[in-house]
Design a protein around this ligand. Structure first.
Ligand code: SAM
Length: 404
């Protein structure tokens, strides 16, 4: 092959390659993909990266199609949809136990969250960030016995100065629900206590819980005026950054909530390890605390049994070895023995917390109840209720008398 023919060959191969690449990009352009589904499927299987949409595209696409987004459904449609999701996820036994009316009322409350974030610039984004379907549905179903009991509590309670403390609140879905659900003339405020909130008046950092849904501003009157979400929750939501394991926090909470005319009700949902003990201690030590509902979560880590032989809830003591267990959560993955191994210890742990709760039995009414709210087969279904005398009969009437 002489020199000239070789160059011709190279040029013709290059031409062929460019024709192929041009036609390939023409066929796979997003606007034409629907016309060439076969190419996309076959080539896509071999070279998936060519067809992968960016995660932003995917999220954008998914959200605009989600029944929760403002563009895809009206409020009525959203309410029906979220009711269906809650009922389906809860299953017929829970719907029968709590009644469909409770599910309807909760759906109306979540629809009001959605309405709240619709107006104002940037609020649609805020709603998109806040409303994670799986998270909201799971947290609400796991809180059903609490919402049910609080509803009944306020049927009888006629003092108008109750403050609810939501310990380890996370973003505060339970408090947000109760703000919409409970009679606002009877509840003064909900205090969301968590160590992951930013400090008061501080600029939130990436590792903090974002509090825009509580304190964020939005504009009204065509951008003329600024308003704050803080002022439009039916029962005000306040955040409080506190480390419940620190002795000074317990002292401060006692100072802050003692000696006022406030009656305190403590909610403690999904408290990991020794945080459950702290919740019970706070309930005992805070004179103004009238009620406590505790739903314990993970067991205390092995480190406690190496440090001390006994846990104490005031005068009640129990061996750490009975309840401490290996394993921990890392990036939402469980690292440790299969979780079902821990079921027996979890029941022992709940039993000890219950004993610790009722040590002054003459003064405190308590109940340990199993409600199968973990619909995916989980075993953390224990709820511990406590109320100091005088107790509220309407609440105790609706708390099921059912233990393991
Ligand atoms: C499992 S989440 C529970 C959130 C929410 N209550 C729920 O039901 O989903 C645990 C929360 O406890 C908070 N937390 C962990 N240790 C804490 C501590 N020492 N003091 C206060 N909050 C703590 C975390 O920041 C997190 O938001």
């Amino acid at each position: 092959m002489n020199h000239k023919r070789l160059i011709d060959r190279i040029y013709s191969v290059k031409l062929l390659l460019s024709i192929f690449s041009l036609s390939f990009s023409w066929c796979t352009h997003p606007f034409r993909r629907h016309a060439f589904p076969l190419q996309e499927r076959t080539i896509g299987r071999t070279f998936p990266c060519l067809f992968q949409k960016s995660s932003r595209d995917i999220k954008k696409g998914r959200w605009s199609k989600s029944p929760a987004s403002y563009t895809s459904s009206s409020d009525d449609e959203f309410k029906k949809w979220i009711y269906g999701e809650l009922v389906e996820e809860a299953g017929s036994a829970l719907v029968e136990e709590f009644g469909s009316d409770l599910f309807h009322k909760i759906s109306a409350c979540i629809t009001r969250w959605r309405q709240r974030y619709r107006d104002g610039d940037g609020s649609a984004l805020l709603w998109k960030r806040l409303f994670k379907r799986d998270r909201v549905v799971k947290e609400i179903i796991e809180s059903l016995p609490i919402v049910h009991a609080m509803d009944a509590y306020f049927l009888e309670k006629n003092n108008h100065n109750v403050t609810i403390i939501d310990l380890c609140s996370g973003k505060g879905y339970l408090s947000m629900l109760l703000s919409e659900y409970l009679p606002h003339e009877k509840v003064r405020k909900l205090v969301l206590v968590d160590k992951a909130w930013p400090m008061c008046f501080a600029e939130p950092r990436p590792h903090h819980i974002n509090w825009d849904h509580i304190y964020g501003n939005y504009t009204i009157d065509n951008g003329e005026k600024e308003a704050s979400y803080f002022s439009i929750w039916p029962i005000p939501l306040h955040t409080s950054k506190q480390d419940l394991k620190s002795p000074s926090t317990m002292r401060q909470l006692k100072i802050r909530f003692s000696g006022t005319d406030e009656a305190i009700f403590i909610l403690a949902v999904h408290l990991c390890g020794t945080l459950s003990i702290q919740a019970v201690k706070l309930f005992h030590e805070l004179e103004s605390a009238q009620g406590l509902i505790l739903k314990p979560c993970c067991l205390p880590g092995m480190v406690h049994s190496k440090r001390q032989p006994t846990f104490h809830i005031d005068k009640y003591g129990f061996p750490t070895a009975d309840v401490c267990a290996p394993g921990y959560w890392k990036n939402k993955e469980w690292e440790g023995p299969p979780r079902w191994h821990l079921e027996k210890k979890f029941h022992i742990w709940s039993h000890h917390l219950h004993q610790g709760m009722k040590q002054d039995a003459s003064n405190i009414q308590t109940r340990l109840v199993e409600v199968p709210v973990q619909t995916n087969g989980g075993f953390q279904n224990t709820f511990l209720f406590a109320e100091k005398q005088p107790t509220t009969s309407t609440m105790w009437e609706v708390i099921p008398d059912r233990a393991k």
